[in-house]
Design a protein around this ligand. Structure first.
Ligand code: GAP
Length: 569
């Protein structure tokens, strides 16, 4: 069976059986938007639940903040200025393209950081044409990917739909830090919608304009980058594709988390710990281990806030390796920016275990000497230099030691004009702006890739071999024939299973063989059949989706047995 066929089979299955399809179908559709049908929504919720549980096991707190966000937040975060792509329009057919992609493809050069003017110039110089109709291309301009909106009836307050859920966490840092009782590290997560006006949203569900993210922001002290529980994960093997290996075409490597840190591929155990957490979560969702790898982003690919990013990628037969989770070290970029823009104090007071003695410089003016020279300015300048940051005081001392004179507020001052002393002081702590490590899961991409990786196309049936606890319908209850007493008994069993928490349905239509195939196709791991023996001895059969084998169990033990089969295997 060819790959294209499998893709088409999946697309058809997703639409026909109620998993997912392009939105606004009856009006011709709108690119970059997808609807989840009844079965798709059930799987999506299960993926979100697995990620939520993974975050909760780490002790992170969940938060929910608005999708619509005032402009100021994204001016501070850098998204207004930097969340942009260069665009160019064909003068003949009006099609629009990513200018950087077109130039890179035509000339084989890196265009990272190039201005719109420079890109336009290259297009002109090399006579690069529109890929669709060969027409001439116009001027390049930068296009912001955020959806703009207006808040309130006067339209005077500009807002944006959030392009990531993370900022809702950063702007709440002060409250969250108080909630965490001022103790680093702590993590906060949010699961919700994000919006990006992607320029060419092709590739089905992989590039959406409205999608779901599950992001955790873990705030930590940059001086403490050893994860206290690293020992529990250090032997997990990670398949890595580091920067160096990409540049030199060296392929992927498999290393334990511990070796990856020791050999310098991953910056520290704090980062490696969360890579393992991400891998385990993807496995828990049901992504096969050999379809997961971590690729380190090249410096030019990184988002404006990132110091280092590893992407967890999942392999697709159709699309190759697809980025599904970004794990970024955001440093203190976001908190510092919000601190500056809002004026709020977003620092954490770090208490030392024991008070420390720190040496620092005390610098003041020798008033007797400078008084006559500076006159009324003397007092003010004296206060000014006493308030200088330590670093600035050191620079002054260095300058004077070298025999130079300092110019302060237009006055030239020499060494003897200052009184400089080194003093010792006991301090009990310091204020820092915490750094952030961010595992950011997309939900829609793993959803699609879970389905793609679960689809089995056999000679005699097509079925979804989805991890059993991820199935949208967990149990189908089927009377062999739609007659009493089988019907009534089947309903009783259905109600019992639903009451104890299974997602179960009743189905009496068609032959039982056809019903089995119907449930195989949507991934239902077990069908329970009520047959002619059931009224005699209170037993039913459980049929396995993958092996198609059946076992007979008593009705009493059915819920326990199914629980074991679906959730504990
Ligand atoms: N806060 C960090 C951040 O937003 P990102 O790598 O841009 O990082 C994280 O996004 C994840 O969100 C991606 O790994 C991907 O799964 C998902 N994602 C991003 N853009 C998407 C899009 N246009 N359509 C579907 N999912 C998307």
């Amino acid at each position: 069976m060819g790959e294209v066929d499998k893709y088409e089979i999946l697309q058809d299955l997703m639409r026909r059986r109620g998993f997912a399809w392009g939105s606004f179908e009856i009006y011709g559709g709108s690119r970059g938007f997808y609807d989840y049908g009844p079965l798709g929504a059930a799987i999506k919720r299960k993926i979100e639940r697995k990620v939520r549980e993974a975050f909760q096991r780490e002790g992170f707190f969940e938060l929910e903040t608005p999708d619509i966000t005032p402009e100021k937040v994204f001016i501070a975060s850098g998204h207004v200025e930097k969340f942009v792509d260069p665009l160019v329009e064909c003068q003949k057919c009006g099609a629009r393209f990513r200018a950087d992609h077109i130039v890179e493809e035509a000339l084989g050069i890196d265009t990272e950081g190039m201005s719109a003017e420079h890109l336009t110039q290259l297009i002109r110089e090399h006579n690069i044409r529109c890929p669709e109709c060969g027409g001439e291309l116009g001027e390049v301009w930068y296009f912001n990917l955020m959806f703009e909106t207006k808040i309130g009836p006067y339209g005077d307050q500009k807002g944006y739909l959030r392009p990531e859920t993370a900022q809702g966490i950063f702007v709440n840092f002060k409250r969250l830090n108080a909630f965490a009782r001022n103790r680093l590290p702590f993590g906060v997560f949010q699961i919700g919608k994000a919006y990006r006006n992607e320029i060419s949203p092709r590739q089905g569900m992989l590039r959406l304009r409205e999608f779901t993210q599950a992001e955790a922001e873990i705030f930590f002290n940059p001086k403490e980058t050893e994860h206290p529980h690293f020992d529990e994960v250090k032997d997990e093997v990670l398949r890595l594709y580091p920067i160096e290996h990409q540049l030199k075409d060296l392929g992927m490597i498999e290393l334990t988390a511990e070796d990856a840190v020791e050999k310098g591929y991953i910056m520290n155990t704090f980062f490696a710990y969360y890579m393992v957490m991400v891998k385990r979560t993807l496995l828990d969702i049901g992504i096969p281990e050999d379809k997961i790898r971590f690729r380190q982003q090249l410096p030019e690919e990184r988002a404006h806030y990132s110091r280092d990013t590893w992407d967890a990628e999942i392999h697709s037969e159709r699309f190759g390796w697809v980025e599904c989770v970004g794990i970024a070290n955001r440093g203190n970029y976001d908190l510092s920016k919000h601190m500056k823009m809002s004026g709020a104090d977003l620092t954490v007071l770090i208490h030392y275990d024991e008070p420390r003695t720190v040496k620092h410089l005390k610098v003041s003016l020798n008033m007797k000497r400078v008084g006559p020279k500076l006159k009324k300015d003397a007092k003010r300048i004296n206060e000014l230099i006493q308030g200088w940051e330590e670093e600035k005081k050191h620079e002054l001392v260095e300058l004077l030691e070298r025999g130079g004179n300092a110019i302060i507020e237009g006055h030239e001052l020499e060494k003897d004009d200052f009184i400089i002393k080194e003093v010792e002081e006991k301090v009990t702590g310091e204020k820092i702006v915490p750094h952030v490590l961010e595992p950011s899961f997309g939900i829609d991409r793993p959803f699609y890739l879970l389905l793609e990786n679960s689809l089995v196309v056999d000679e005699d049936r097509t079925y979804l071999k989805i991890k059993k606890d991820m199935a949208p319908i967990e149990v189908a209850v089927l009377p062999l024939v739609a007659k009493e007493p089988l019907k009534g008994m089947a309903y009783d069993i259905l109600r019992t299973l639903q009451k104890v928490g299974f997602i179960a349905v009743y189905d009496e239509k068609d032959t039982v063989g056809r019903r089995y195939l119907r449930y195989d196709e949507i991934g239902t791991p077990y069908c329970v059949t009520i047959d002619n023996q059931t009224p005699e001895d209170n037993t039913v059969t459980i049929r396995d989706r993958d092996t198609r084998e059946q076992i007979r169990v008593g009705i009493e033990e059915l819920p326990g047995k199914l629980r074991e089969l679906i959730f504990e295997e």
